[in-house]
Design a protein. Structure first.
Length: 324
C-alpha cells in the first residue's frame, strides 16, 4: 500500500509592500483622543463630545464603548456633564454657550487649527478682508469662519473661486487655509490669489499642518514605488481622501480608500507586484496591521518601510486633566 503524498499548501504569489512613514495618528489627533479618555477617567461616564472627536469610525466606536456620547450641537448635552469639543475646532459661539450654562468643557481643537483661528482674528482686527481656502461644510472650516462675525470670511474652494472672488478693497486682503488640504492643489489656488492681489497677507507659517504635508510627501514616495496604493481612513476624513488623490496625481496606477481590512477587494491585486500602504492622520495603527495581516494571508509579503520624515511633535493636554 502506497503512502499518499503529503498535501502541500498552495504557493502564495510574492508581493512587495511599501509602508509609508509617517502614517496614521498625528499629534493633534492623539491629543484629542487622550482628552476624551482622560475626561471619562476623571469625571466618569458619560462625557459628551460635540461632533466626532476625529473622523474615524473605529475611534468613535471605541470611545462610545468607554462612555462617550457624540452629539452635533451643544443643546443635546445636559448642563451637569462634561463636554469635549472636537479636534476640528468650533465657532466662538460654542464655548460662549458652554460658559453661559456653567458647563465643564474641554477644548480638543488641534493647536495648529487654533493657530489659524488666531491668524483670522489678527487679520480682522487689522481691517483686512479674509478668504479661507477650504471645503464647504467641513467642521474645521465651520469653526474657523465662526471665529468672526458672519459674512466676514469668504470661502474659496477651488481655482475658479480664486479667479472670480472680488474684494471690496483689493489692496487690503489676507488668506488662510484649512489644515488638511492637498498641498499641491492649495499652492495653485494661492498662486492665483497672489497673482491677482500681489500684496495679499499670507500666514506667517504654512497653515497646512506638518502632518498633512508629511503624509502627502510619503504617499508620493509610495506612488513612485507601487502599482497600487491603499489608504486606511474614513471617507469623511479630509486628510485621508487627500492622500488617495495625491497618490493618483503622483502617478499611482490605482489607489483606494478603505476603512479597514474588510474593505479589501482582491481583484485590485490582479497583475500587481507591489503595493503602497498608508493611513490618514485619524486612523489607528492597528487598522494598518489588520490590512497587512489580511494581505499576508493571500501573498508572500516582502515589507519595506519608506521613511519620508520622523515626527516628534507632541501637544500638551488641558490643565483641567493634568491637575488633581
Amino acid at each position: 500500500m502506497t503512502t499518499p503524498a503529503p498535501i502541500r499548501p498552495p504557493v502564495r504569489p510574492k508581493l512587495r509592500l511599501f509602508l509609508a512613514s509617517p502614517r496614521g495618528f498625528c499629534a493633534g489627533v492623539d491629543r484629542a483622543i487622550q482628552i476624551v479618555e482622560r475626561a471619562i477617567e476623571k469625571f466618569g461616564a458619560p462625557v459628551y463630545v460635540r461632533h466626532e472627536i476625529v473622523h474615524n469610525r473605529h475611534v468613535v466606536d471605541r470611545l462610545k464603548a468607554l462612555g462617550a456620547i457624540f452629539i452635533e450641537e451643544l443643546n443635546e448635552a445636559p448642563d451637569d456633564r462634561p463636554v469635549v469639543f472636537s479636534a476640528h475646532g468650533v465657532p466662538k459661539s460654542v464655548p460662549a454657550e458652554a460658559k453661559s450654562r456653567q458647563m465643564i468643557y474641554l477644548d480638543a481643537t488641534c493647536p495648529l487649527v487654533s493657530k489659524v483661528h488666531v491668524e483670522a482674528q489678527k487679520h480682522f482686527d487689522n481691517g483686512r478682508e479674509i478668504v479661507l481656502i477650504g471645503h464647504a461644510g467641513h467642521p474645521e472650516v465651520v469653526g474657523t469662519m465662526g471665529q468672526l462675525p458672519e459674512g466676514t470670511v469668504a470661502l474659496i474652494e477651488d481655482i475658479d473661486d480664486a479667479r472670480t472672488w472680488q474684494p471690496k478693497d483689493a489692496s487690503n486682503v489676507a488668506f488662510l487655509t484649512q489644515t488638511t488640504l492637498s498641498v499641491d492643489d492649495t499652492a495653485d489656488i494661492v498662486a492665483m490669489l497672489k497673482e491677482r492681489f500681489p500684496g495679499i497677507a499670507a500666514p506667517h507659517k504654512e497653515d497646512i499642518c506638518y502632518a498633512t504635508t508629511n503624509r502627502q510627501d510619503a504617499v508620493k514616495m509610495l506612488a513612485e514605488a507601487s502599482d497600487l496604493i491603499l489608504v486606511v481612513g474614513s471617507r469623511n476624513s479630509s486628510n485621508s481622501v487627500r492622500l488617495k488623490e495625491v497618490g493618483l496625481k503622483a502617478g499611482a496606477k490605482s489607489a483606494y480608500l478603505i476603512d479597514d481590512a474588510s474593505g479589501l477587494d482582491w481583484s485590485w491585486f490582479e497583475g500587481v507586484s507591489s503595493i503602497g500602504l498608508t493611513a490618514g492622520a485619524s486612523a489607528p495603527e492597528d487598522l494598518v496591521q489588520g490590512v497587512i495581516d489580511a494581505i499576508s494571508g493571500h501573498f508572500d509579503l516582502e515589507i519595506e518601510e519608506l521613511v519620508e520624515a520622523r515626527e516628534t511633535v507632541t501637544f500638551k493636554l488641558p490643565r483641567l486633566l493634568t491637575t488633581a
